[in-house]
Design a protein around this ligand. Structure first.
Ligand code: NAD
Length: 343
């Protein structure tokens, strides 16, 4: 069994922790916790060990929470660290702790690309993380785009231009921060285009990002220009029906509609893991194609973190890893039930 730990037990960290507790080939040594709060108690109730800063140990014990040790001990015990700390803190952790301790680590999309030797998306470049010491799982938006663009460019080699308008969620559902209540912010030539290129190479892409006051999902409108005639609606549906981490939804009309069905179907935390491609938005005309995807920001990178571990450790090949991860998270079941609901 490969031993892994999580440093940063927030939105991403707690989802990856739950997944690793179910993984047959990976042992979760524990998670770091800085505050003796409800999240710490919930972790313990799930048999997830918590490790705390030495100077905070007494405050945990006084709150009735027994840590298993210090964060330093946790990091020493793990063969690979998943760093899911807030944006840019991963870089500090790397410099101050992981490099001096000679630890291997996986970082998240809030870090700059140069934090790692490779930017990672399992469907696109699984093998590039093999034997690497530092890997960055790209952001939720970039993961969603890679899951769409990679299969499209595998099927068609004549893609001339991809333009994307991203409507980003202003905050996660658990955040008290976030975008202004009555305002939509925009940014032309946003960083997302370059971020996709860190995984897929020299793809001709440009992105404009909007930040909207809602929490449920990101929404992308993707336009693709081909050299020759664009694929038909049916051809696009076929390509993505065969993608295990893309759900093709035919009748969904809004992010609220999708999340409500996720709740009705009893998916834990409403987590979908898959990107949704909305078949009722596909427009194919001449050499142009456009459609909308939705990106469940809190969960889409969870399978990618697990595949990044197996790739770095050389535990299994791409197909075996992605299939096992999907089984552990129940992604096949989520995709088929959501597709059936929006049939
Ligand atoms: P979060 O704020 O929900 O959780 C971060 C956790 O890290 C908190 O529990 C915090 O206490 C802990 N922490 C604080 N300082 C730390 C330190 N120095 N070392 C270790 N842990 C520390 O953040 P999040 O939303 O889970 O984001 C984590 C990373 O994942 C970021 O890089 C973010 O850009 C990326 N990401 C987030 C989302 C999303 O939708 N939330 C999606 C994809 C990628």
């Amino acid at each position: 069994m490969l031993t892994v730990c999580i440093n940063g037990y927030g939105t991403i960290g707690k989802r990856v922790a739950d997944a690793l507790m179910k993984h047959p080939e990976i042992r979760l040594a524990g998670v770091s916790k800085f505050t003796p709060d409800a999240d710490a108690r919930i972790a313990l109730s799930k048999n997830i060990k918590i490790f705390v800063p030495n100077e905070s140990r007494d405050s945990f014990v006084n709150a009735g929470i027994t840590p298993s040790g210090s964060i330093g001990e946790l990091l020493d015990a793990a063969e690979i660290i998943i760093d899911a700390s807030p944006d840019k803190k991963g870089a500090v952790n790397k410099q101050e702790v992981y490099v001096p301790k000679n630890r291997r680590a996986i970082f998240q999309g809030g870090e700059k690309e140069n934090i790692a030797e490779v930017s990672f998306n399992a469907r696109s470049n699984f093998n590039d993380a093999k034997n690497k010491n530092y890997v960055r799982v790209v952001s939720c938006n970039t993961t969603g785009l890679c899951r769409i663009i990679k299969p499209l460019t595998e099927t068609r080699s004549d893609v001339e231009k991809i333009s994307v308008a991203l409507i980003r969620r202003g905050a996660d559902p658990n955040d008290s921060k976030g975008s202004a209540l009555n305002s939509v912010e925009w940014e032309a030539n946003s960083h997302h285009a370059h971020d996709v290129q860190t995984v897929l190479g020299n793809i001709p892409i440009s992105t404009t990002a909007f930040k909207a006051p809602q929490t449920l999902m990101h929404v992308h409108h993707i336009s693709v220009k081909f050299k020759d005639k664009s694929p038909s609606k049916e051809e696009v549906e076929n390509i993505f029906s065969n993608e295990p981490r893309v759900a093709v939804l035919k009748t969904a009309k809004s992010t609220a509609d999708i999340i409500e069905k996720a709740r009705d179907l009893g998916f834990i935390r409403n987590d979908l893991y898959a990107a949704n491609l909305h078949a009722n938005t596909i427009a194919s005309d001449g050499n142009g194609l456009s459609f909308i995807i939705t990106v469940p920001q809190e969960s889409i990178v969870v399978p990618e973190n697990i595949d990044a571990i197996t790739s770095m450790a050389g535990l299994m090949d791409q197909k075996s890893s992605m299939e096992l991860t999907d089984r552990v998270l129940g992604i096949g079941n989520i995709k088929s039930r959501l597709e059936a609901a929006f049939g």
